[in-house]
Design a protein around this ligand. Structure first.
Ligand code: GLN
Ligand code: ZN
Length: 762
């Protein structure tokens, strides 16, 4: 039985690439050093995969920044604004051009913006969006793929398998930079460039080439389907002898099954972790030459594979098409997994024994192939592990399960409808029109970060640490009072991160030391792991909220992270539906909301930054998700009295397709991001006649730029033409933790002044 891997993390087990890139950008190492470090990571990765016994091992999956940007450079898709970087003799040619495209370029009097970045499908990885023009040309530019293939070949021989993003998905991942054409129409022009690459790889000795086509597993228009068909017919005609593996992942082929299995390619990879139900359909439709790569080991999570389950898929496939036509693989590139569980020294050994990171996942793939060949022992060991997790009292808490099972419809509804609550809350808070507030965090300065680091190292006692955080909180409160904000926040100085802070205090979460996953470029995140039933052993935020509230006569908002966001930014359990895990978190947050209310906190914000991010890729699955996600928020929010005001915050602005569900969350006040769109994005709320109160962000917190009073006043007046003026709050787009104090102060002072101006005008 053959095995393969689709891609391996490239940041390095000690995040060497992150550090090297950042040093290179800072000018403290030179290009040779950077290349040496990169070379070493690639070599180590290949050795690891070789030792694990993979039959096909990816190359060109390495990237200094992003694999989509690599393809743009390979095909010469370089926006004109970067030409000066290439011609500047002082730069390191292609490498500096590449980083300029990724990060922008400000040097030698040049000031060139970076290319746009966006989420890679439904992951937390972000890619650089290709920019296409109507007269777009494609020609071989970067030779990276050939270099990496030759190095891989030297080490791996025939096993080396170059990886590229396929032509159709590459086009669909991009964006038209001018009107008058559709990017998919560039197919005819892009294909010859791909042919040149494939034939060159063939010439150099490549037997297999992997073309990632994740869009084959998404909703496609008729035209896009046709593009897949004609692209791969063309490739089959123009390339002889190189075997193409088309890789799909993150969803099932569904209505694209016939299309996918009939592409004239050697092999097709399908994701059986995300979409196990597609196996039957694929097997029923598969023509008798096609090799099928079964993605059975989860590339998106950190749990050990259940061999019995994987074997049921593998055996079904063997029965239908025979073992010679099957390859066993992870579900997707392991880019989305942390690298090596062996580096974790502090995880409870019982739980650690249930986990697998990228390196361990390779062994799982190899194990599965050996089990098929008769190694019963490996199966037996795995069964014991799976069994121990299923039975463990660390995981399964009867009281938590019973409480979730007993959730009643009435738990997910406020006592009275919004109109009644609104009146009661108006009487209680007596706020002016256009009330001003902020989203929660204030600048996390180096001083604040160092406090936490010193406390963790033991250089500060808890008392010293808390005293310093209290001082920062008091300063922030005094300052908010001084500029005349209406509703204050405590500033979140005690928090490292809006999810980690809660995860650390809830039962059922654990934290890794090295479980980094690339988010974009040199940035990595270390998501918490939800391993067991979740409960809240004690109050989490009451101490800080009460402290802050006691410092002022003004209203102090409590500040919590919502259940869907906590779920979405963690590695989650794979032994129960996500909705169940979310409801467990929702109950914990509900208890915290009630504890805050009891402590006298009268306004409580529950951030749901990630609801939209969790939206399934396929339209047909979105409604079901939204239903349970909204319900979880309502469970968290609905325990309070009518007079207690619940806020929520979402840091994005595309609400057209989810507006009904956002309204169904029934938060008394929602704050959203809208400033960069000049309030255009409020249209969705206006159309829907959004009934509750809303704070459309009036300034962009992603930039240090200080917006003027007039600018923000205009935005407020504009908002008031779209929605009832009495419903409008005044706030920035998002939290201010990444900003510096000087610009924050000026911007918020201007914001308060803008609210005053707007009050005069209505
Ligand atoms: N309350 C959080 C903050 O202000 C919200 C952050 C977010 O939505 N990403 O930082
Ligand atoms: Zn936000």
């Amino acid at each position: 039985m053959k095995t393969q891997n689709l891609g391996y993390p490239r940041i390095g087990s000690q995040r060497q690439l992150k550090k090297a890139c950042e040093q290179y950008w800072a000018g403290t190492i030179d290009l040779k050093d950077l290349q040496r470090i990169a070379f070493k990571i690639r070599e180590e990765n290949w050795q690891t995969q070789l030792q694990a016994g993979m039959d096909l091992i990816p190359c060109n999956d390495f990237s200094f920044y992003d694999q989509v940007l690599d393809i743009s450079l390979m095909l010469g898709v370089i926006p004109k604004r970067y030409t000066p970087v290439l011609t500047d003799v002082k730069t390191n040619g292609e490498t500096d051009l590449y980083f300029a495209m990724a990060r922008g370029y400000q040097k030698d009097g040049l000031d060139i913006t970076a290319m746009e970045m966006t989420k890679w499908l439904d992951t937390n990885y972000h890619y650089i969006v290709p920019e296409f023009t109507a007269d777009q040309e494609f020609h071989l530019f970067s030779q990276k793929v050939f270099g990496e293939y030759m190095a891989a070949k030297a080490l791996l021989g025939k096993k080396a398998k170059p990886v590229l993003i396929g032509p159709v998905s590459y086009l669909l991942l991009g964006k038209e930079k001018e009107t008058g054409f559709e990017r998919i129409d560039l197919l005819k022009k892009i294909l010859p460039a791909y042919i040149a690459v494939l034939n060159r790889l063939k010439q150099l000795g490549a037997e297999w080439v992997q073309l990632d086509e994740p869009f084959l597993a998404l909703d496609l228009s008729a035209k896009e389907k046709e593009a897949f068909d004609s692209a791969y017919r063309y490739i089959a005609r123009e390339t002889a002898g190189v075997k193409i593996l088309v890789a799909t992942y993150f969803e099932g082929l569904l209505d694209n099954t016939q299309l996918a299995v009939n592409l004239p390619v050697a092999a097709l990879h399908i994701d059986l972790v995300r979409a196990p139900e597609q196996l039957n359909e694929v097997l029923a439709a598969i023509p008798d030459h096609l090799i099928l790569s079964l993605g059975v080991v989860d590339g998106r999570n950190i749990w050990k594979n259940c061999y019995e389950r994987s074997l049921s898929f593998i055996n079904k496939a063997i029965e239908k098409i025979g073992s010679e036509r099957i390859i066993i693989a992870p579900s997707c590139s392991l880019l989305h997994s942390p690298i090596d569980l062996d580096l974790e020294t502090t995880i409870d050994p019982e739980i650690k024994n249930w986990m697998a990171f990228a390196r361990q996942k390779l062994n799982e793939v190899a194990d599965l192939s050996q089990i098929v060949e008769g190694n019963e022992e490996l199966l037996r060991i795995n069964k014991n592990v799976i069994e121990s997790r299923a039975q463990s009292e660390e995981v399964h808490k009867k009281t938590v399960k019973e409480r979730v099972a007993a959730i009643h419809e009435s738990d997910a509804a406020r006592k009275s409808p919004f109109s009644i609550r609104q009146q009661l809350q108006r009487n209680r808070f007596q706020l002016p029109a256009f009330p001003t507030t902020t989203i929660g965090s204030f600048p996390q300065t180096d001083d604040i970060r160092q406090l936490r680091a010193r406390y963790k190292k033991g250089d500060l006692t808890l008392a010293q640490y808390e005293e310093a955080i209290e001082a920062a909180t008091v300063d922030a409160i005094r300052w908010q009072e001084s500029i005349g904000l209406d509703v204050l926040v405590h500033g979140e100085f005690e928090r490292n991160d809006m999810v980690e802070y809660f995860g650390e205090q809830l039962d059922g979460f654990l934290f890794t030391k090295n479980g980094w996953v690339q988010s974009y470029g040199s940035r990595c995140v270390k998501p918490p792991v939800i391993y067991g039933d979740i409960s809240r052993p004690r109050d989490m935020t009451v101490r800080w909220s009460s402290f802050a509230a006691a410092q002022t006569k003004k209203v102090m908002k409590g500040m919590l992270t919502g259940p869907v966001t906590i779920l979405q930014w963690s590695f989650v359990r794979d032994d129960q539906p996500r909705s169940v895990t979310t409801n467990q978190i929702a109950l914990a947050i509900r208890d915290e909301v009630l504890a805050l209310e009891k402590a006298g906190i009268s306004m409580i914000q529950i951030d749901e930054a990630a609801i939209r991010e969790g939206l399934p890729l396929r339209k047909s699955k979105q409604l079901q998700y939204l239903n349970w996600a909204v319900k979880a928020f309502r469970i968290a929010a609905s325990g309070v009295a009518d007079q207690t005001q619940i806020h929520t915050h979402m840091c994005y602005s595309e609400f057209n397709d989810i507006i009904e569900q956002v309204a169904a969350m029934d938060a008394d006040v929602i704050t959203i991001e809208t400033s960069r769109s000049q309030m255009e994005l409020l249209q969705a709320f206006a159309h829907f006649k959004y009934p509750n109160e809303i704070g459309p962000g009036v300034y962009d917190i992603h930039s240090p730029r200080v917006p003027s009073v007039i600018e923000m006043t205009d935005l407020l007046i504009k908002a008031a033409t779209l929605l009832p003026a009495q419903h409008i709050w005044v706030n920035p787009d998002c939290g201010l933790k990444t900003r510096k104090w000087p610009e924050t102060k000026k911007a918020l002072e201007n914001m308060v002044a803008a609210a005053h101006k707007a009050r005069e005008k209505i």
